[in-house]
Design a protein around this ligand. Structure first.
Ligand SMILES: Nc1ncnc2c1ncn2[C@@H]1O[C@H](COP(=O)(O)OP(=O)(O)OP(=O)(O)O)[C@@H](O)[C@H]1O
Ligand SMILES: [Mg+2]
Length: 235
């Protein structure tokens, strides 16, 4: 479903003329329907990696293949189309639009669909909001929600276009322990029941342990971790 071949990413540094390498030769294959956690210290390039997989950014070198499509061969428009149709993003800071209601926020990704059926989309949005336990606050604004509720809106929004791939960047990072566990349970359940391919960046060991595979990003490279199997059998 997802394949990275020799992916490099460097950024221009504001301080020096030298480019700063962030990812230095990433090879990764993720099967359809499986789940992967990526861990590593702050600044090691985890968000950069997710952004490349989700066609939000382009590598300096190498290939990213998403659902059999080589992203480097697509123009900007086709890339955003692919992203919109196949990828759901959950960001660390939910990124909800403050002036829109909960229901409207969930519907935002459908606005780019040319042949959208508004009535059908609304029914689906309401059903997703029910799945994440927010059926009673659909007319609220994000400012009228708790942090955990906002993150649940973000989960529903990520799923509205029935993506094949769900990318989650520290989805529980801004939440207290109990709320983080609720969101973790929700994501694991969605992964299991909807067969979506899940790639997650997280600092939460317990959540990482629930994914099929665990990688550590270290000095620009991905190191598979044996720890996951151990953690899994301990659970
Ligand atoms: N647009 C950019 N321009 C220049 N440098 C950038 C840019 N985006 C990220 N970087 C640098 O790339 C490195 C990796 O950033 P990234 O956001 O991927 O880290 P991260 O692993 O997600 O960290 P965190 O856990 O804190 O979210 C950092 O050193 C950062 O300063
Ligand atoms: Mg990050």
């Amino acid at each position: 479903m997802i394949e990275l071949k020799g992916v490099y990413k460097e950024y221009a540094s504001p301080e020096t003329t030298q480019a700063v390498p962030v990812l230095s030769g990433i090879d990764l294959a993720i099967d359809a329907g499986s789940s992967v956690a990526v861990v590593g210290p702050s600044g090691c390039g985890k968000s950069t990696l997710l952004n490349l997989i989700g066609a939000l950014d382009t590598p300096t070198k190498g290939q990213v293949i998403l659902d059999a499509q080589d992203l480097s061969r697509l123009d900007d428009r086709s890339q955003s189309q692919l992203r919109n149709q196949k990828v759901g993003f959950i960001f660390q800071m939910h990124h909800l639009l403050p002036q829109l209601t909960v229901l409207e926020n969930v519907l935002v990704p459908t606005l780019a669909n040319k042949h959208a059926d508004r009535a059908k989309d609304t029914v689906r949005a309401k059903s997703l909001l029910e799945q994440v336990g927010l059926q009673d606050v659909t007319a609220h604004l994000p400012s009228q929600l708790s942090g955990g509720q906002r993150q649940r809106v973000a989960v529903a929004r990520a799923l509205i276009n029935q993506p094949k791939v769900l990318l989650a960047d520290e989805p529980t990072g801004a939440l207290d322990q109990a709320t983080a566990e609720q969101i973790s349970d929700l994501l694991v359940e969605i992964h299991k029941t909807q067969g979506v391919t899940l790639v997650m960046v997280t600092h939460a060991k317990s959540l990482a342990a629930r994914m099929d595979k665990l990688y550590t990003l270290d000095k620009g490279r991905l190191v598979p971790s044996a720890e996951n199997r151990k953690l899994k059998t301990e659970n």
